[in-house]
Design a protein around this ligand. Structure first.
Ligand code: DAH
Length: 345
C-alpha cells in the first residue's frame, strides 16, 4: 500500500475514534501524537519523500495531526464535564463530612409561651395542672358554679350551644374545670387549668370568640382572702415584674366575696398612659373565695374547707407582655408575627 493511502487510513481511524474512558484516550494520544508516535515517525519520513509528492504528503500528515489533536481535545472536554457533574452529585449525596444545611426551626406560639410561663410560676408554689373538655355540659359550665337556669349572670357570657342539645355547649370559661377537679379530687387542692374557651362575641382588635384562660383553684382548711391576695401578688411579680396589685370588689356567682384583679402597671411611657387609660392600673382577671354553694355542689364540705379561685385571660397577659395591640394576630398565623418569638423559646 502506498504511504499516502496508509496515512489516509490513519486519518479515518483518528476521526472515527471514540471512547468514554480516559485510559483509552491516552493510548490513542500516545499512538498518534506521542513522542514516539505515528506523527513523529511520519514527519521524520518527510525528508525521504520525493519532491513531487511532498506537497500532497505534507497536506495529509497535517490533516492527520489536526484530526488526532481535535479528537483528543473534544473527548477530553466531554470526559471532564461528565466528571464535574459526577463530582457535583457526589458532593450533594456523598460527602457525609460536609456540614448540613442549617435547619430552619419554627418558634413557639406566644400563647404557648405565656401558658408555659404561667405553669412554671404556679408549679413553683405547689400548683399542678389540670384540664377539662372544651365541649361541656350545662352543669359544669353553669349550674354547679352557682348559676342555675335563668340566672341573669348567664347573660354575661354569650354562649355557643350545640343546636340539637341545649344541655351541651362550648365552655365559656375554664371555671368548669374547677368543678370537674373538685368532683374528682379531695382537698387539699392546688391546681391551675389553662385552656381554650369560646364566646359568641363580635371579633375585634380586643375580643375574639375563641381565646384562652387560666383558672386557679386552692381548697384547704383555713384558706383566707389574704392567701389569695398573696398568691396573686407573687404571680404578678414573677410574670410582669410588677409589685403592686389591688383587688376591686366585683361580682361572680361562683365566688363570695369576689374581686377584679388590677395590677399597677405604672405611667412611665405614652403606651402606659394609653393602655391604662391614664390610671396606671390594668385589669387582668377575676377572683374570689369559692362560694359555699359551689363547694357543696362538688361534694366538699364548706364547714370544713374554704378556698379561693381566680381566672385570667392568657391573650390579655401575652398582649401586655409583648405589647401586642390586636388580639387577632394570635390566630392569623402570619409567620412574620410568629417569627418574632423565636428568641423566647
Ligand atoms: N370565669 C370568669 C370569666 O370567665 C373568670 C373568673 C372570675 C374565674 C372569678 C374565677 C373567679 O375562678 O373566681 O370571666
Amino acid at each position: 500500500m502506498k504511504m499516502i493511502d496508509k496515512i489516509k487510513e490513519y486519518i479515518g481511524e483518528a476521526q472515527a475514534f471514540s471512547t468514554q474512558n480516559t485510559a483509552e484516550l491516552e493510548t490513542f494520544r500516545i499512538k498518534f501524537l506521542g513522542s514516539k508516535g505515528l506523527l513523529k515517525e511520519l514527519f521524520a519520513e518527510f525528508k525521504n519523500v520525493p519532491n513531487d509528492q511532498k506537497k500532497e504528503f505534507g497536506q495529509v500528515i497535517n490533516l492527520l495531526k489536526t484530526s488526532a489533536e481535535e479528537k483528543v481535545k473534544s473527548i477530553q472536554e466531554a470526559l471532564e464535564s461528565k466528571e464535574e457533574s459526577k463530582e457535583e452529585s457526589k458532593g450533594f449525596y456523598g460527602d457525609l463530612t460536609r456540614s448540613p444545611e442549617p435547619v430552619i426551626i419554627g418558634s413557639r406560639h406566644p400563647i404557648s409561651l405565656v401558658k408555659n410561663q404561667i405553669i412554671d410560676i404556679f408549679s413553683t408554689i405547689g400548683f399542678n395542672v389540670s384540664e377539662g373538655p372544651e365541649i361541656e355540659d350545662d352543669w359544669h359550665n353553669f349550674t354547679a358554679l352557682n348559676l342555675p337556669e335563668y340566672h341573669p349572670a348567664r347573660d354575661m357570657q354569650d354562649t355557643f350551644f350545640i343546636q340539637t342539645n341545649p344541655d351541651i355547649l362550648l365552655r365559656t370559661h375554664t371555671s368548669s374545670v374547677q368543678v370537674r377537679y373538685m368532683e374528682n379530687n379531695k382537698p387539699p387542692i392546688r391546681t391551675i387549668s389553662p385552656g381554650r374557651v369560646f364566646r359568641n362575641e363580635a371579633v375585634s382588635s380586643r375580643s375574639h370568640c375563641i381565646f384562652h384562660q387560666v383558672e386557679g383553684l386552692y381548697i384547704d382548711k383555713d384558706v383566707s382572702f389574704a392567701d389569695l391576695k398573696q398568691t396573686l401578688l407573687y404571680f404578678t411579680k414573677e410574670m410582669f415584674g410588677k409589685s403592686k396589685i389591688r383587688l376591686r370588689p366585683s361580682y361572680f356567682p361562683f365566688t363570695e366575696p369576689s374581686a377584679e384583679i388590677d395590677i399597677y402597671w405604672g405611667l412611665k411611657t405614652e403606651t402606659d398612659y394609653r393602655i391604662t387609660k391614664g390610671t396606671g392600673w390594668l385589669e387582668i382577671g377575676g377572683c374570689g373565695m369559692v362560694d359555699p354553694n359551689v363547694l357543696k355542689n362538688c361534694n366538699i364540705s364548706p364547714e370544713e374547707y374554704t378556698g379561693f379561685a381566680f381566672g385570667m385571660g392568657i391573650e390579655r397577659i401575652a398582649m401586655l407582655l409583648y405589647q401586642i395591640g390586636d388580639i387577632r394576630m394570635f390566630y392569623e398565623n402570619d409567620v412574620r408575627f410568629l417569627e418574632q418569638f423565636k428568641s423566647s423559646i
